[in-house]
Design a protein around this ligand. Structure first.
Ligand code: MF3
Ligand code: CO
Length: 260
C-alpha cells in the first residue's frame, strides 16, 4: 500500500525535476512554434524525440502502457486534434489552418518524469472561432486556478474545485474520467488528481508532493469515447482543450516545474 511517505520527494529530487521541467518546457515551446498549416503530427513527434534524446533524457510516453490501454504507446508525443481530447497518435495528418492541436509530452531526466501539455491553434488565435478561443482561454485559466490551489495545507478537492469552477463559469464541461496524477519515478503515481471536487475534501497537500495538474475541458458535454487508436474523443464531437503542468508543493506554495 502506498504510504504518505511514498508521495514525498526530497529537495534533491525536486531539483532534478526542476531541470527536467525546464528542458521539457523548452521542447514544448519549440513544438508550439513549429505548428503551422501543413505540418504533420509525425513531424512534431520526431522533433520531440530528437530534442529529448539529444539532452540525454528519455521520452516518458514511448513504450508506456496507460491504464485501460491494450498496448504500449508507440510515440514520444501525444498530438490530439480538435474533438480528440488526449492520447492522439501522431500520424501523417497535416494540420490545417483553424484546427487546434493538443501537444502532450513527457520526459524522464535522471530517473524522474515530467509531464506537460499545451493546446495550440493552427494559424494563430484569429484562425479559430470565438467559442474555441474562449475554450483555450478558459482551460488555461482553469490550470492557473488549479495550480494556485496546490498549496500546503489545502486538499486535493480544492484543486479539482478550482478547475471545475472555471470550466462551469464559462459554460464548458470537464472531460469525464480523465485526471491528473502524482509523478516522479513513475509517470503516473498516486494520488489521482481529479478535475472536479469539493473544497476542503481529499488528501491533504504537504510539502514535497509533486503532481501533474491537467484540466481537459470540452465545449459540449464531457462524455468521452475511446477511438480506434486508443485515443479519447468527445462523444458529441465538440472540441476540447488540455493544458498541463508538473507542480511541486513547497513550503512557499506551488512551484511550477514546467513553466513556459
Ligand atoms: N500525458 C498523459 C498524461 O498526462 C499520459 C500519456 S500516456 C501515453 O497522463 F500512453 F499516451 F503515453
Ligand atoms: Co499527465
Amino acid at each position: 500500500m502506498a504510504t504518505k511517505k511514498d508521495l514525498i520527494k526530497t529537495e534533491q529530487q525536486i531539483a532534478i525535476m526542476a531541470e527536467g521541467g525546464r528542458r521539457l518546457a523548452e521542447v514544448l515551446a519549440e513544438l508550439r512554434d513549429a505548428v503551422r498549416p501543413g505540418v504533420t503530427t509525425l513531424e512534431l513527434d520526431r522533433m520531440a524525440r530528437l530534442r529529448i534524446t539529444g539532452f540525454g533524457d528519455a521520452p516518458s510516453f514511448l513504450h508506456y502502457r496507460p491504464e485501460g490501454a491494450a498496448r504500449a504507446y508507440p510515440y514520444t508525443l501525444c498530438a490530439s486534434v480538435n474533438d480528440v481530447v488526449v492520447h492522439g497518435q501522431p500520424s501523417d495528418y497535416a494540420l490545417r489552418e483553424g484546427d487546434i492541436v493538443k501537444l502532450d509530452l513527457g520526459l524522464r531526466h535522471e530517473g524522474l518524469h515530467l509531464d506537460s501539455a499545451i493546446t495550440v491553434p493552427v494559424g494563430g488565435m484569429d484562425a479559430v472561432p470565438k467559442d474555441v478561443q474562449k475554450l483555450l482561454a478558459a482551460t488555461e485559466e482553469s490550470l492557473r486556478a488549479g495550480v494556485k490551489a496546490a498549496a500546503p495545507g489545502n486538499r486535493l478537492g480544492d484543486i479539482g474545485y478550482a478547475i471545475a469552477r472555471v470550466a462551469r463559469k464559462n459554460g464548458f464541461s470537464i472531460a469525464e474520467g480523465l485526471t491528473g496524477h502524482g509523478i516522479g519515478a513513475e509517470l503516473h503515481e498516486a494520488p489521482t488528481v481529479f478535475n472536479f471536487g469539493d473544497k476542503g475534501t481529499g488528501l491533504e497537500l504537504v510539502e514535497g508532493m509533486v503532481i501533474a495538474i491537467e484540466p481537459m475541458i470540452a465545449i459540449g458535454s464531457g462524455e468521452i469515447v475511446q477511438l480506434r487508436d486508443e485515443s479519447w474523443g468527445t462523444r458529441d464531437h465538440s472540441w476540447a482543450a488540455h493544458f498541463e503542468h508538473t507542480v511541486a508543493i513547497t513550503a512557499k506554495g506551488p512551484r511550477v516545474l514546467t513553466m513556459r
